[in-house]
Ligand binder design. Sequence first.
Ligand SMILES: Nc1ncnc2c1ncn2[C@@H]1O[C@H](COP(=O)(O)OP(=O)(O)O)[C@@H](O)[C@H]1O
Ligand SMILES: O=C(O)C1=C[C@@H](OP(=O)(O)O)[C@@H](O)[C@H](O)C1
Ligand SMILES: [Mg+2]
Length: 171
Amino acid sequence: MARIFLIGYMGSGKTTLGRKLATRLNYQFIDLDHVLEEQAGMTIAEYFASFSETAFRVAESEILKSTAYPENAVISTGGGLPCFFDNMEWMNANGTTLYINLNPKALISRLGNNKDDRPILRDKHGDELLAFITEKLEERNAFYLKANLIADGLNLTAERAAALIAEKTEL
Ligand SMILES: Nc1ncnc2c1ncn2[C@@H]1O[C@H](COP(=O)(O)OP(=O)(O)O)[C@@H](O)[C@H]1O
Ligand SMILES: O=C(O)C1=C[C@@H](OP(=O)(O)O)[C@@H](O)[C@H](O)C1
Ligand SMILES: [Mg+2]
């Protein structure tokens, strides 16, 4: 049994890499943000607008812990999930965590135009956005760095991620 949780800041590539890694390993792919959107019947941006970030954090934690995971799965998480409640400890106890580490400038360049889907970032631009991500990433690293595995997100491919995981986990 292998459950691989991908964690990291918004824009680090969890959703994109997760899908590719699952295909490569022939595992099922689950994106917890997509599960929440399906269950709630609305997008994450709509969820934040209709309820609150606090309500979102409760819902994402419940979904993390109540999802019926298949034997073998790659699970992409939302960027904030490891930083609330005991979610990080829960993932480490129930699978292998891989942190995709990327610097703020690279994150901003990747977020490019689809920043609007992410309510926490959508109204920030330029220097303000860079300062915000730099500060929040530093805070979130206290949680992210508890991951079992840490990968440099700059040149991370599904092949490289699979090799890193294979050193630590039986795939
Ligand atoms: N390895 C990569 N190289 C360049 N751009 C990438 C890479 N992985 C993802 N992206 C782009 O970065 C953006 C954020 O990717 P996404 O997978 O949604 O990140 P996350 O789920 O961590 O927020 C998307 O526009 C995606 O196309
Ligand atoms: O970092 C965060 O607080 C969030 C990250 C998002 O997921 P991605 O990391 O996939 O963008 C999504 O869960 C929500 O907008 C909040
Ligand atoms: Mg994502």
